[in-house]
Design a protein around this ligand. Sequence first.
Ligand code: ADP
Ligand code: MG
Length: 263
Amino acid sequence: MTMTRTSAVSAGPATRRVAIALHNVTKTYGSGETTVHAVAGVDLEVQRGDYLAVMGPSGSGKSTLMNIIGCLDMPTTGAYLLDGVDVRRLAERQLVKIRNRKIGFIFQNFNLIARTSAFSNVELPLAYAGVGVAQRRERALVALQRVSLADRVDHLPSQLSGGQQQRVAVARAIVTEPVVLLADEPTGALDSKSTVDILRLFDELSAAGRTIIVITHEDEVVKHAKRVIRMRDGRIVSDQRQAAVDALPPQYALSAHAEAVAS
Ligand code: ADP
Ligand code: MG
């Protein structure tokens, strides 16, 4: 077992804001002989602007950890601060609000609302957040433009390809300007061309300063991240940095270079 400790674990510059801080977090399911330690003591700090890939075999606790980070589930023990807020102290109503405002979820199977246009899917989180109609419309259109789907706003999910549906889901995730984008196997249901599109989009969002955490099994995805965490049996067993928090994501720099050479 290798433990690669990186600079991200130590305190960064005083101006750096920590987006996510987990302190000795555990999550236990069941009791007695059937107890499962899904997360068995995790310390993790994620700085604003970082781009993390989380790897690990099936059952290693990745989704449980993501559910905790996404405030869909509470730790059994330990502390979790999201953007400086101790989420354990929040009532359910506040938790719903913080989840809506601070987390942008992207799922393997897109989770778009069927029979509802791309535009309405993207607008919905803003409606929940109480944003007025005019601003909602403008921000939803900007988000759809951001994912190159300005010409598909009235399309239903069923009228879009898988890659396009995932781009709608990315637009929905970024429209609230969340503290962190949380993606669980975002390319798991996509063909290789759409995978390239989504990874390029993540690179662009990362280059623009977004904080991204992506669960994945794919080496292709891992190559794009600035930092790679591997889990096993509910623990982080390695933590490797591929690019500095403030640097461009590794593949973004490469593709920008390739484009410059080609033109
Ligand atoms: P991964 O996403 O890495 O495949 P999970 O976080 O889904 O792993 O699961 C970690 C462990 O916790 C597994 O042993 C799984 O069976 C168990 N587990 C996850 N969710 C529950 C639950 N709701 N109830 C009981 N056990 C669970
Ligand atoms: Mg999982």
